[in-house]
Ligand binder design. Structure first.
Ligand SMILES: *Cc1c(COP(=O)(O)O)cnc(C)c1O
Length: 369
């Protein structure tokens, strides 16, 4: 089936093969006589779905054995509270502000920690550049350091995770990788905890992924809800309460889809990384040579997943969006806080979709310049 190209920032496009398989299995999963939505999470059918999903994710992201993979609920915003409840020990936490999402994280953490210290901020550049890690004012004895490794709204991505040890900091690094999880490999030697909602790159809303180093478990504040205590969740294989079974199932199908992807002799996440780089290069190269459109983010931190861009003549925004929609290019409107346009080109977006967008933009520019 020929579907339009969907540039939504999230909930976002899911590979058609995944949706087709889910549709084919909707009424009767593997001869069980049940939809996945109707199964007990403790039955052997669902346990097999869960175990396969966990094993596939561990393989795809090369998650080391000393990290637990937790499937939770609440989304990225709930993790802004759940992380400090589990890791802060009510002490000081360092935040690096690189856009809206890290700002939200710092604000929420203030409810739970002695101090949410701003170690660095890109706000003076209107979040168009990343403060260099060497310039971060990290606190002594912080419980952890929080970054958003891909800022979905401002279109800023860490091309390399900071090496806190090299900066003289022993605190674990927490990354919000909601909007670029599985788009590139993760250097787990630099990470204590990673969290992300599934609805950008892994599946439907309602599933939250947490990957946490074992030694960070077991220090939750007394007020932490049991269902959000990482140790409780880990000790119960994410089944202390009913997990988001449908989300885990669709994410599992997505993991299988990622495993099947190949590019230049690479497979899985490495193949997707190569493809995502080619997609982003194609788009940025076009925008940079155009005097009609602009992206203001510094070249060394431009996101491969979320690309905010602006028509220099704002009065043409509505015509641009209408023309794009007519061409089967959906959900390009920018986030309300920054305006303009945004192309989210997650794993499920093929290079042909980015090419179709660039072709449309070129035509629109020629017609209107
Ligand atoms: C989407 C997003 C979130 C919020 O996720 P919710 O599921 O809405 O809570 C948090 N952080 C980042 C980086 C995001 O892109």
């Amino acid at each position: 089936m020929n579907r339009p190209y969907n540039f939504s920032a999230g909930p976002a496009a899911i590979p058609a093969e995944v949706l087709e398989q889910a549709a084919a299995e909707m009424l009767d999963w593997h001869g069980s006589g049940m939809s996945v939505m109707e199964m007990s999470h403790r039955g052997k059918e669902f346990i097999s779905i869960y175990e396969q999903a966990e094993a596939d994710l561990r393989e795809l992201l090369a998650v080391p054995a000393q990290f637990k993979i937790l499937f939770m609920q609440g989304g990225g915003l709930a993790e802004n509270a759940i992380v400090p409840l589990n890791l802060s020990r009510a002490g000081t936490v360092d935040f690096v502000l690189t856009g809206s999402w890290s700002q939200k994280s710092a604000k929420e953490a203030r409810k739970y920690v002695a101090e949410a210290h701003i170690a660095a901020s890109g706000e003076a550049s209107q979040f168009t550049s990343l403060p260099a890690p060497e310039s971060w004012q990290l606190s002594r004895g912080a419980s952890y350091v929080h970054i958003c490794s891909n800022e979905t709204i401002h279109g800023i991505e860490f091309q390399e995770l900071p090496d806190l040890k090299a900066l003289g900091c022993d605190a674990p690094l927490v990354i919000d990788f909601s909007s670029h999880v599985a788009s590139r490999p993760v250097d787990w030697s630099r990470v204590g905890l990673a969290f992300g909602g599934a609805q950008k790159n892994l599946g439907p809303a309602g599933l939250t992924l947490v990957i946490v180093r074992e030694d960070l478990l077991g220090h939750a504040l007394p007020a932490c809800p049991s269902a959000f205590d990482y140790k409780t969740v880990a000790d119960n294989q994410s089944m202390f309460n009913t997990p988001p079974t449908w989300g885990i199932y669709i994410a599992g199908l997505t993991f299988q889809w990622i495993k099947r992807q190949t590019e230049a002799g690479l497979t899985g996440v490495a193949a997707l990384e190569l493809r995502n780089k080619a997609k982003a290069d194609l788009f940025y190269q076009y925008v940079d040579q155009s005097s009609f459109y602009v992206n203001k983010v510094a070249a060394n931190c431009r996101s491969r997943m979320n690309i905010p861009f602006f028509l220099r003549d704002k009065s043409r925004n509505d015509a641009f969006l209408a023309g794009a929609r007519e061409r089967g290019l959906l959900q390009l409107k920018g986030h309300k806080s920054v305006g303009g346009m945004r192309a989210s080109i997650y794993n499920a977006m093929p290079i042909a979709g980015v090419q179709a967008l660039v072709d449309f933009m070129r035509e629109f520019e020629q017609r209107n310049a």
